[in-house]
Design a protein around this ligand. Structure first.
Ligand SMILES: NC(=O)c1ccc[n+]([C@@H]2O[C@H](COP(=O)([O-])OP(=O)(O)OC[C@H]3O[C@@H](n4cnc5c(N)ncnc54)[C@H](O)[C@@H]3O)[C@@H](O)[C@H]2O)c1
Length: 284
């Protein structure tokens, strides 16, 4: 059985949908049931509780774990440091400890490219993920656990109404005729990856032998916030996204590097259309 933590969240919901479609044995854990999907094998557990995590592992003995639960995002962690410490660091420690104790065969822990940029752009979210990556190293090298960190770039796709990440926020603003706040100039570039690619990569990794401590899940093509807005406007045609420039929140990376125009490729456009269509079917 694959244990999926954060199963009610954005990436968790997409992963659970995939596992249901593939008829795989899984169990979801989250603080609350999913508002997107209905499935039976779910436990409402706070992973920051060592006792509850231990009891779950003792009873269910998962063969592998995909740990996605966290409070995710630079701004939200900056504003809720205590919760970020508990839900990101403590919860991950409890997962590592129980996985080792109950001989779990494979553990994948969601991390972020924010770790890579930590020294030039330190923020609390990145620090929680960095600490988790350090614990992963210890559990892999010193305690023999088959564990790796999976670093995601900026993920977009369906089941994301609750998210405040840029593409999701742009689409919500467009549909609800609200103004999208561009942090800084909008010239800062990001690597945007469609959620199905993350799910496929997770599924491949679950079946493969782990050979390193960190896996990067990105497209290696960066595009600016301004270019994404232009693409979304060109898809929508009838409506244009209203925008305003605001000061970037603390810890937000506004550094400008080279944009790879190739990213306005067919794939990106098709995946943005899929995401917009999903939002249109959900938000009336
Ligand atoms: N979405 C992205 O672009 C992105 C980028 C890089 C890394 N990540 C990482 O990927 C993972 C999944 O991200 P997401 O976008 O699906 O986030 P999300 O916020 O949509 O989902 C996270 C889920 O974890 C649950 N959770 C939090 N603390 C918990 C606890 N103590 N016990 C049980 N459940 C708890 C939340 O209730 C939520 O449903 C996170 O670790 C995130 O940091 C996401």
């Amino acid at each position: 059985m694959i244990l999926v933590t954060g199963s009610s969240g954005f990436i968790g919901s997409n992963f659970i949908k995939f596992l249901i479609e593939k008829n795989k044995s899984f169990h979801g854990i989250d603080l609350k049931p999913s508002k997107y999907l209905k499935f039976k094998n779910f436990s409402k557990i706070d992973l920051a509780s060592p006792k509850k995590v231990n009891n779950f592992f003792k009873k269910n003995k998962p063969s592998s774990v995909v740990h996605l639960a966290a409070i995710s995002g630079v701004n939200i962690c900056h504003q809720n440091q205590d919760i970020a410490f508990k839900n990101n660091i403590l919860a991950t420690y409890n997962i590592l400890k129980a996985s080792k104790k109950y001989n779990c065969q494979k553990v994948l822990i969601a991390s972020s490219f924010a770790v890579e940029k930590f020294s030039s752009n330190p923020n609390f979210y990145a620090s929680t993920k960095k600490i988790c990556e350090d614990m992963i190293k210890v559990y892999a090298k010193s305690y023999g656990l088959n564990v790796a960190a999976v670093r995601f770039s900026n993920v977009y796709g369906p089941y994301s109404i609750h998210k405040s990440s840029s593409i999701h926020q742009m689409i919500k603003c467009l549909i609800k005729k609200k103004t999208f706040e561009i942090h800084g100039t909008g010239k800062q570039v990001r690597d945007f990856i469609y959620v199905d690619e993350i799910i496929n990569k997770l599924n491949n990794l679950i079946r493969k032998k782990l050979s390193k401590l960190t896996y990067n899940f990105d497209t290696k093509k960066k595009i600016s916030i301004n270019s994404i807005i232009n693409i979304i406007n060109s898809i929508y045609k009838k409506k244009k996204l209203k925008t305003i420039h605001v000061k970037a929140p603390a810890g937000y990376d506004v550094s400008i590097s080279k944009e790879i125009k190739k990213n306005s490729s067919r794939n990106l456009i098709l995946n943005l259309i899929k995401t917009i269509n999903w939002y249109n079917s959900e938000i009336i």
